[in-house]
Design a protein around this ligand. Structure first.
Ligand SMILES: NC(=O)c1ccc[n+]([C@@H]2O[C@H](COP(=O)([O-])OP(=O)(O)OC[C@H]3O[C@@H](n4cnc5c(N)ncnc54)[C@H](OP(=O)(O)O)[C@@H]3O)[C@@H](O)[C@H]2O)c1
Length: 248
């Protein structure tokens, strides 16, 4: 590969902050960015990340706590001098709550949409010109799914928040995009994966005949952090093995 191509895809020495990095997709993206030479900062609520490789880059943080989040951002600036990219992976998918479905809906919106907006807003004040924000939405942000209206609404909202912020942050030179994963095998989808019937029903609609792995998101995440995507903003990239493309 020649120097020009190597250069546009490089994220060496870029400072990349990943929320929801203790496990699953956030862990895979953090490890991928670390391997590609970025300075990574990993956040989640657990005291420690699952991967020991992320231990030195990990800070315990609930993204619902904006004051703590802002303090962390200021510390990151002190340590690295700038933030080039924010990757919003953190989200929840709560089980049904027969007693109080309203509470489930509100909690989901608070973490998956309100807190993510605040992370974007706070971080963008400190980001360098030419920075990139990448939100992890879901195919639930473009199609309806049963039994979890808060999750679907939050992911649809996040997809549109991405487009709104792409406009609002253009003056700061910040691009905002989102990834829309399909069925990826993580703790979040463990119940449907462990149930053979739901696992194979989801598989039936995939063109690429396997459930996704968290690593399937890594290449796209690096692309959106890198200068190779410098003319792309306000867009969403579906990574679902063809699930949403398939009719029959
Ligand atoms: N798996 C899929 O099939 C799929 C499909 C479409 C979209 N997605 C999206 O992809 C992203 C990652 O999902 P995943 O499957 O990797 O789920 P996961 O394994 O449950 O991971 C979720 C991550 O978010 C963190 N988190 C949750 N609430 C948080 C909070 N308030 N503050 C900080 N961190 C928080 C969790 O860590 P702690 O518990 O340590 O805080 C964990 O690191 C989510 O946005 C999800 O909606 C997943």
């Amino acid at each position: 590969m020649n120097d020009y191509v190597m250069d546009i895809f490089s994220i060496i020495n870029k400072t990349v902050l990943v929320t929801g990095a203790s496990k699953g997709i956030g862990e895979a993206i953090s490890l991928g960015c670390q391997a590609a030479g970025a300075n990574i900062v990993c956040l989640a609520r657990s005291p420690r990340p699952n991967s020991p490789k992320l231990a030195n880059s990990y800070i315990q943080c609930d993204i619902e706590d904006s004051l703590i989040y802002e303090e962390i951002i200021k510390d990151v600036i002190k340590k690295f001098g700038s933030i080039d990219s924010l990757i919003n992976v953190a989200a929840i998918s709560l089980p049904p709550n027969q007693e109080n479905e309203h509470e489930r809906f509100s909690k989901t919106l608070n973490v998956n949409l309100n807190a993510v907006f605040k992370c974007c807003d706070i971080t963008s004040r400190f980001m360098s010109f030419g920075g990139s924000i990448l939100n992890i939405s879901s195919i639930g942000g473009i199609q309806g799914f049963p039994n979890n209206p808060g999750y679907v609404a939050s992911k649809g909202g996040l997809r549109m928040l991405t487009k709104a912020l792409a406009i609002d942050l253009k003056e700061k030179g910040i691009r905002v995009n989102c990834l829309m994963p399909g069925y990826i095998k993580t703790d979040m989808t463990k119940a449907s994966y462990d149930n053979l019937r739901t696992r194979s029903r989801r598989l039936d609609r995939m063109i690429i005949k396997r459930w996704g792995k968290p690593e399937d998101l890594v290449g796209a995440a690096i692309f959106f952090v890198s200068n190779a995507s410098s003319y792309i903003t306000g867009t969403d990239l579906i990574i679902d093995g063809g699930w949403t493309a398939k009719g029959l």
